[in-house]
Design a protein around this ligand. Sequence first.
Ligand code: ZN
Length: 137
Amino acid sequence: MSPYARTIWYKILTQMVPLQPLLALLHPQDPKCAHCHGEEDLAHFVYLCPKKRPIWEAVLSRHLPLHFIRPSILLDFVLYLRSPPSYLPLAKALTLFSAIIPKLWSAHWNLKIHAVPFHEFTITKSINKQLGSFAQS
Ligand SMILES: [Zn+2]
C-alpha cells in the first residue's frame, strides 16, 4: 500500500475527512454532496454517493467477478477495518481498496477545488490500470 493510500485510508478510519457539512460551517457553501447534492456523511463520501458507488462496483466486479460484496460489509471494512468476507483474502482486499480509495479521494477534491469534472469511466479505467500493473508485477 502506498504511503498516500495509507494516509487517505487513515483519515477515513479516524473520521478526519472534511465532509461538506463541516466545510459549510467553515466557509459559506452548499452543505450537500458536491456530486449528487445528497446528505454527505462518511459512508456517502466513501461509497454510497451515486457517483462513486458505480466506480466501486465496476472495479470490484472486474477483479472479483464471482462475488458481490454487500454494501454493509464493504463499509465495515473501509470505515472500521472489520474483516472482509472469507472469499476475499485480506491482502487482496487491501490491494483493491487501497487502489480505489485514493483515486476517488483525488477525483473528489479535484472536482471541489479545481473544478475538474468527475468522470466515472475515466476514474474506473485509471484504477483498473493501476490494479493491472499490480497483477503483472
Ligand atoms: Zn453524493
